[in-house]
Design a protein around this ligand. Structure first.
Ligand SMILES: [Zn+2]
Length: 589
């Protein structure tokens, strides 16, 4: 078995020996370990992986292409001729690619040929997949088909990332590393991710039978990990890993276990399963913490069933609005009935509220749900702030006159005004990347429009977010002023409806610093990013200091979708960071 100490010695003293030791990690590309040796010594395996991948990402396009082209086709001619490297043969056989049916083989040959024609390099996929256990042939063919639709530039980067993932798993094998906590987190997510209200999709809405079954399972895992567990009156599953010091304060963590319709397996759930895996790890070693560590699996965050979000975390901060109990779902069943039928007592909701004086803070781990970490080849990032948002509905009213008889200079075209607004939103909101300013017009309608009539009315939505309220407010001001100007110039009436105004929730610098230190000790540069999406941490921030750790999201960063994915290795790195953070945790000075 090769060790990191040996690799470091080689890298520093004998580069050819380092290159030889890593010869099977990248296909026929000794230049990668050769250049990575300059970055030695490596603090740990993660640092080595990041160094190797940084060489790949930083290489000239010609080198990147030659690396990609050094890979065999999946189930291609080379596989049949037995001309693959030992590593590739093993991986392709593990995925069962040598057992293809005639139809599957034909489909793969067609995909290989279409893919090569479009991108002029072979399709590369880490066939051992996100868990390392291997994709099925059907998953491989589905992924292949989907990626064939990518833009060439995106696909080149995806190919390089897949090469990085292949290298990561080969390095694990070489050094005998198994991401044990990561594997547990992935297995648990898979298990509860298979329970759904819908066939063929993951849907878990507030207090449905699926939701209650999930809660019971979470409670069981928490208990097994050595925690004191209860399910509260709104369905939050609460596990406490008690400190030997009874009067100690409590550090909170958690996330939500409900999902959107047709959601992903890791959104929310990662932030519950990961700390349970950590507590299990501590408990197995008889290791305690000098504070109580509490995991809250929030029952509701997404607002699917009752169109009201953050029910779980609002109860925890004592701001659950009891008027919401009268809301009804699409079957006309009230929230009060749903809660009561689940065996809870609505009169006990108020008592869920935590006393801020007992709390040390709140740290949430969450899948990023975006492409930023993926594009930077980083497994984790530290959240600076959860963006605030402003939303408007913009009603434009022009004149619906004849498309043939109205001269261009005499029109009051609501759709043309909308078009101008959309382009301005895009341009204005591109101006502050640092504050994560984003602006979107996601809905656009021409009510009763027809081909031969100038649009008399137009309805559009406006969603502007930023990590800093001042930045968002300034952008909103500018956009509203521009809308007024466009309306006046085009003689189109404007009516605005402000539907949402939510302040940003900045993360606490003292918690961020401790997370950053743990991240760096794990061999990962502490990269900061804002969260464009809302999270439970945003609610909890109203009673205690919060921080968040994001885990890289695969498949281009897609979320709220079955394609949402992460790897066991990234789950492991995230878990190691939170564990190390807990072991080094210092209360707010
Ligand atoms: Zn979420």
């Amino acid at each position: 078995m090769t060790t990191l100490v040996q690799l470091n010695d080689h890298a520093v003293q004998d580069v050819p020996a380092f290159v030889a030791a890593l010869h099977g990690i990248y296909e026929h590309s000794p230049w990668i370990p050769e250049r990575a040796a300059q970055l030695a010594p490596f603090a740990n395996l993660t640092a080595l992986k990041l160094a190797l991948q940084s060489v790949v990402s930083g290489a000239a396009r010609a080198d990147q292409l030659s690396l990609i082209r050094a890979h065999p086709e999946l189930a291609g001619k080379a596989a049949i001729a037995g001309a693959l490297t030992a590593e590739s043969t093993g991986e392709q056989a593990k995925a069962g690619l040598h057992l293809c049916s005639a139809e599957e083989f034909a489909a793969l040959q067609q995909l290989n040929s279409d893919y090569n024609r479009k991108f002029s390099f072979p399709f590369i996929l880490a066939v051992k997949g996100a868990t390392g256990k291997g994709l099925t042939r059907q998953q491989i063919i589905t992924t292949f088909t989907r990626r064939l639709r990518n833009q060439p530039e995106d696909e080149l980067h995806e190919a390089l990332r897949q090469i990085g993932r292949i290298a990561e798993m080969r390095l694990n094998d070489l050094l005998g590393h198994t991401p044990d906590m990561g594997a547990t987190i992935m297995e648990w997510a898979e298990q509860i991710g298979a329970w759904s209200e819908d066939d063929d999709a993951l849907t878990c809405t507030y207090l449905s039978p699926t939701h209650r079954r999930t809660a019971a399972q979470l409670a069981q895992w928490m208990r097994h990990a050595g925690m004191q567990v209860h399910i509260d009156a709104v369905g939050n599953v609460v596990g406490r890993y008690l400190s030997p010091t009874p009067q100690a304060r409590t550090l909170l963590t958690g996330s939500h276990y409900d999902t959107v319709r047709n959601g992903g397996k890791y959104d929310g759930r990662e932030g519950i399963l990961l700390p349970i895996a950590i507590v299990q790890h501590l408990h197995e070693r008889g290791e305690t913490l000098p504070f109580h560590f509490e995991i809250i699996a929030f029952s509701e965050e997404e607002g699917v069933r009752f169109k009201s979000t953050f029910l779980g975390s609002n109860a925890v901060i004592g701001e659950f609005d009891l008027a919401l109990l009268d809301l009804t779902d699409r079957d006309g069943i009230s929230m009060r009935t749903v809660i009561t039928e689940a065996g809870h007592d609505v009169a006990a909701i108020a008592a869920i509220a935590r006393n801020p004086a007992d709390l040390l803070g709140y740290v949430e781990v969450h899948i990023e749900q975006g492409p930023v970490l993926l594009n930077r080849d980083l497994p984790v990032g530290i959240v600076t702030s959860i963006a605030g948002s402003s939303r408007y509905l913009v009603h434009l009213k022009g004149v619906a006159s004849h498309a043939g008889t109205t001269p261009m200079s005499m029109r009051k075209d609501a759709a043309a005004a909308a078009a101008e607004i959309i382009l301005y939103v895009e341009q204005r909101c591109s101006q502050d990347q640092h504050a994560a300013l984003v602006g979107t017009v996601g809905q656009l309608q021409v009510p009763n429009g027809s081909t031969n009539v100038i649009a008399g009315a137009c309805l559009l939505s406006l969603d502007i977010r930023a990590a800093q309220d001042t930045v968002r407010d300034a952008a909103v001001q500018d956009v509203l002023a521009k809308i007024a100007e466009i309306g006046a110039r085009r003689s189109v009436d404007v009516k605005l409806e402000n539907t949402v105004n939510a302040a940003a929730a900045p993360c606490a610098p003292w918690l961020m610093q401790q997370l950053a230190a743990a991240t760096e000790r794990a061999g990962v540069p502490a990269f900061e990013l804002a969260s464009g999406a809302g999270h439970d941490a945003m609610t909890i921030a109203r009673i205690t200091d919060v921080a968040m750790l994001f885990t890289r999201c695969g498949n281009g960063g897609i979320s709220h979708n079955p394609l949402e994915t992460m790897t066991a290795d990234d789950a492991e790195v995230s878990a190691q960071i939170l564990l190390d953070f807990l072991r080094h945790f210092q209360p707010k000075p």
